[in-house]
Design a protein around this ligand. Sequence first.
Ligand code: AOF
Ligand code: ZN
Length: 369
Amino acid sequence: MTQTLTELDRRFMAACIRYSRRHLGRTGTNPSVGTLIVADEGNGPVIVGRGVTALGGRPHAEPIALAEAGERARGATAYVTLEPCAHHGRTPPCANALVAAGIARVVAAATDPDARVSGRGYEILRAGGIEVVPGVLANEARSVLSSYLTRSSTKRAEVTLKLAVSADGMIGRAAAGQVPITGDVARAQSHILRAEHDAILVGIGTALEDNPELTCRLPGLEQRSPMRIVLDRKARLPVGSRLVRSIAEAPLAIATVEPESEAAQVLEGAGARLIACEEHDGRVALPELLEDLAALGLSSVFVEGGAAVAKSFLDEGLADRIVLFESDVVIGANGIAAPFTRATLPAEYEPGGEWVFGADRCYVFKRRG
Ligand code: AOF
Ligand code: ZN
């Protein structure tokens, strides 16, 4: 079967978007962008260079891919998940690098909202004689770039709520610590989600009740645990908690309204970072906290509990994405009711995919933009 150019472009762009996920949660204020250089040297198109934005955000994806392709970039097509940059940072603009390397075509997915780049990246390419095909699989790319895009447009970190709900609509059992609801495969998936976020957040209730570690414990991904944040108005987290004891493995931040208190100072002394917060209705003010996190360079927050915290984010219109795991486990007596289920989710959320993980189901919802 012969493939049209568009089909081929979509295929390589899909591969490029998958590849771009590799450094999600690890590129600071920069988005995790993917680049594939594809050349047809007589035997059909092959990938001759790959790049994903480096850890910390620099170098960008394009120069990495161009370096691998070398001379084979001449006359080749470059697939990029985001419009190549047009500004001088620590290195020259990626758009100029693509021109200098002799790239013939650039197929791009999402446009960059960064005022220094938006539209100008494409202009540089066209002025350099490159054919530009923008907007290929733009929605798919935007979903990987979503935290960067949210942070650019709202100046706050993007929020994903994760919830695991039992067959009887519960998320746990009162005074029973951690109660397994989903199985191993779903657990592994949620650890991947941890690794892909800039921060994981729980309320102090969950921290005290479950004594969680909130690290990514998948083989080979242990280094990818992001910062853990506890909403802890009065800095009640014990220094003997697993969260504090694992500070060497992943940073810990305490979002408190009493950073000067003795308890907060003890936590700081143990290596935790204090984030001074405003109070609203007896709770840590969430919109301001999310703005502060964005200012600290954290673009995405994975909220893992508990019920009250999840409900606050939802009620305040701050939950951008919801990841809902459903299991067949029955909790029964003393169950803690889920703050919402698939049936009670507000209408503004639309389905964004569903999967089966072992015996469990996983549903993603996105707030309609
Ligand atoms: C690209 N390729 O891989 C990424 C881009 O602070 P700087 O100089 O690194 O610039 C950050 C901006 O670069 C960021 O806001 C976004 O516009 C762009 N990110 N661009 O060409 C990449 N990560
Ligand atoms: Zn660049």
